[in-house]
Design a protein. Structure first.
Lengths: 111, 115
């Protein structure tokens, strides 16, 4: 089966940089995805890493190391609006494209 | 439509009653997923539809749960004889196809409360 581990909470100050780590165990690997969810809102897709290395999208970057079964989401120039839950997810090793999600990391950005 | 639409947004039901939750995916998206999210928890996979293939029902927690997708578009999740542990937010998502690199688009969910 698949399992993912990520910290439950992270706190940082406005303007800082924060890294949210994710380790995974999968039977077969088809990429690591990240989603953001504000309180009471719908999860929204942030990024996908299929190969090792860094993917950058504006203030957000995501990194993957397949040999370490590890990835992270890096948020730069933190803003108050970045306070949200962040989920890493891997595709199920079986048929289809369904994602298995981690328990989420609640990021609190303080002024 | 422009996004994934779910209805109702909130549902309060008495224990033992049946409920139906509806999901209207983005037009043209062949893949549709249902997840459940309990308070402060991650997303628990329930069921997945891809085109005309048989659905992946491996996440349904009991035989009280069922789902169908009519005409490759709208989906209904039905929970029979609801229990208090069914209280959660039920999220629907769709994607253009089963390749996950393009991400899912989620609806805003149905908050189900069983009293």
């Amino acid at each position: 089966g698949q399992s993912l581990e990520q910290p439950s909470e992270v706190t940082a100050v406005e303007g800082a940089i924060v890294q949210i780590n994710c380790t995974y165990q999968t039977s077969g690997f088809y990429g690591l995805s990240w989603y953001q969810q504000h309180d009471g809102g719908a999860p929204t897709f942030l990024s996908y890493n299929g190969l090792d290395g860094l993917e950058e999208t504006g203030r957000f970057s995501s990194f993957l190391s397949r040999s370490d079964s590890y990835g992270y989401l890096l948020l730069q120039e933190l803003q108050m609006k970045d306070s949200a839950s962040y989920f890493c997810a891997v595709r199920d090793g079986g048929q289809g494209g369904k994602l298995i999600f981690g328990q989420g990391t609640e990021l609190s950005v303080k002024p | 439509g422009a996004g994934v639409s779910q209805s109702p947004s909130n549902k309060v039901t008495e224990k033992g009653k049946d409920v139906e939750l509806r999901c209207d995916p983005i037009s043209g998206h062949t893949a549709l997923y249902w997840y459940r999210q309990s308070l402060g928890q991650g997303l628990e996979f329930l069921i997945y539809f891809q085109g005309n293939s048989a659905p992946d029902k491996s996440g349904l927690p009991s035989d009280r749960f069922s789902a169908e997708r009519t005409g490759g578009s709208v989906s209904t999740l039905t929970i029979q004889r609801t229990q208090q542990e069914d209280s959660a937010v039920y999220l629907c998502a769709s994607s253009p196809h089963r390749v996950v690199r393009y991400g899912y688009t989620f609806g805003s969910g149905t908050r189900l409360t069983v009293v």
